[in-house]
Design a protein around this ligand. Structure first.
Ligand code: MF3
Ligand code: CO
Length: 250
């Protein structure tokens, strides 16, 4: 069942999401060659705590950090490491979740470190645009398949693949709630969206094929063909006329 949140609940999700947006904005500025992924994680932990939030990912199913940092062929769930340094030309995805008064917010973005290739710039642009198109498809009365299809269509227009193994999700009292939101689908199918549903939409695109494997650390998902990938995510609330992006302002 997909929960409809009350305005009071949405206010808490908005607060958690606002913390995520603010902290991710700071992290984005720190993504430069020479910075370790553990430094980014430390910053995230510190900034979330300062704002009275709790790190949503830390300890989630045993995940050992507050932040996921996934570089190049890493798609999602890269574990921060003090020996892993960002290098010139890297495509860096960061994903962060926060709990505030028992409600969750979740967002992700991808940026290039230093100078990146034109192809990688296009990949980042495509993934961000896929999220924008998906958000545009969200409104009361639309079907979930419309949202999923918007992502798939955008990726196809760029000649890129969506990662089919991971999905977006409902969010609120838990990090992952129903519905699961695939990054591909058919218009006019799936559940009907209603005002007060809170969703985390997260397209992941790659330059090559869309299949992934998990590294030996048990977490890091990488593209099976080693191709570069990018990830964007927003938490939003469905409204009568469209949606409110709760993690806006990154
Ligand atoms: N935003 C991601 C998701 O919704 C990452 C969280 S998974 C964690 O799945 F394990 F890292 F917490
Ligand atoms: Co998520």
């Amino acid at each position: 069942m997909v929960e409809i949140k009350t305005p009071k609940e949405i206010e808490k999700i908005r607060k958690a999401s606002n913390i995520v947006a603010e902290v991710l904005c700071g992290i984005k500025k720190k993504i430069k060659p020479g910075v370790s992924t553990a430094q980014l994680n430390e910053f995230a932990e510190d900034q979330i705590a300062r704002r009275g939030g709790i790190c949503a990912f830390l300890g989630y199913r045993g995940y050992p950090a507050a932040l996921c940092v996934s570089i190049n062929e890493e798609v999602v769930h890269g574990i921060p490491d003090k020996k892993r340094f960002i290098r010139e030309g890297d495509v860096v995805s960061v994903d962060l979740g926060c709990v505030f008064e028992n409600y969750y917010g979740d967002a992700a973005l991808t940026v290039g470190a230093g100078k990146i290739t034109a192809e990688h710039k296009k990949l980042i642009e495509a993934a961000e645009q896929a999220l924008d198109r998906a958000i545009s498809a969200v409104k009361k009365g639309a079907r979930l398949g419309d949202v999923s299809h918007a992502i798939e269509k955008c990726a196809a227009a760029y000649g890129m693949s969506v990662i089919r193994e991971f999905t977006g999700h409902g969010i609120g009292r838990k990090l992952h709630e129903e519905p699961s939101i695939p990054n591909f689908g058919s218009p006019g199918t799936g559940i009907v969206l209603e005002s007060g549903m809170t969703l985390a939409i997260e397209p992941m695109l790659s330059l090559g094929r869309g299949d992934v494997s998990i590294k030996k650390d048990g977490w890091t998902a990488v593209t099976a063909d080693g191709s570069c990938s990018a990830h964007f995510e927003h938490t939003l609330c469905v409204t009568d006329t469209g949606c409110e992006v709760l993690t806006a302002g990154i």
